[in-house]
Design a protein around this ligand. Sequence first.
Ligand SMILES: NC(=O)c1ccc[n+]([C@@H]2O[C@H](COP(=O)([O-])OP(=O)(O)OC[C@H]3O[C@@H](n4cnc5c(N)ncnc54)[C@H](OP(=O)(O)O)[C@@H]3O)[C@@H](O)[C@H]2O)c1
Length: 291
Amino acid sequence: MHSHPAKGRLAPCPATSWATRMGKFDLSGKNVLITGASSGIGKELSRCFAAEGANLYMGCRPSEKDQLEGWAAEVEQAYGVKTATFPIDLASDRGPEELHEAARKAAGKIDVLVNNAGIFRYGSFHEIPLDYHDCLVRVNLMAYYKLMRLAIPHMVEAREGRVLNVVSAAAFQPTVYHAIYGAAKSFVQSLSEAVNQEVRGTGVKICTLNPPYTDTALLRDGGFPTNIWWLKVSGLCDAGTIARKGTRAFKAGKEVYIPGFINAFLHTILIRFFPRRVVNAISCWSLRVRA
Ligand SMILES: NC(=O)c1ccc[n+]([C@@H]2O[C@H](COP(=O)([O-])OP(=O)(O)OC[C@H]3O[C@@H](n4cnc5c(N)ncnc54)[C@H](OP(=O)(O)O)[C@@H]3O)[C@@H](O)[C@H]2O)c1
């Protein structure tokens, strides 16, 4: 009879306290590697995590180096936590590996990985340049899974650790006119939920934060139209609110968190009652530019 190859390595972790058994996580004194911390949701998450006493190891693109360094100094002064910045392009061939290595060297140990960096462009799949698609897949998909693959073994070994993947409400159904963006988010959602099952009982947990459309540079620079039907109904969320709610859910041990009751109902429950072609038609209708 063959024994399961992963059994020994994934032996259950003895729970240390009531809070740990309930899946709660205390961020105080933890070392957090967060990508895309120079703006939007990532910046607001870094603020919330620092307010909880976490040390921040923050990434951005090389072009935003000065801005991130300024933000790190502000955070250190306001919250008295340690910070370090890593201006590394996650779209480059070995960007994720370089970031992980540099952050581990600086921190000694990564307790929490927040995969957040992302790019977006609105438009027809066949008209957006192939180079842009390549870049999106590298940043929104490959960097997420590579950083998970690099960080999780150390967490399992330490019998404690968390990954927070900033995904999107777009992960739960196809998203027309940002098809590749939605597809990359679905990949990360599926990966997160599967790996979370695999590491159950090891002291490690993979959580996702799934914001609805939020007012950040991502949408503004990506040409997201303001006159689509969906926005008329839902409006745009605020990055600070998403980060505060997301941090609360993460600390509470919530594995998949969609901010807002209506969003959660719509994206996880209601869509299950409709055939896929109806969901796709509604998605197309609600996300199409209106004259
Ligand atoms: N805004 C929304 O509606 C929304 C909704 C759901 C989910 N999300 C997700 O939330 C996450 C954060 O997005 P956001 O809305 O806060 O956008 P944002 O303000 O544009 O922030 C994106 C971050 O990613 C970084 N980044 C982009 N390309 C990179 C690269 N090649 N290498 C390293 N870092 C890179 C950016 O760094 P620079 O500052 O250096 O460019 C920036 O810090 C993304 O994963 C996005 O998909 C956003």
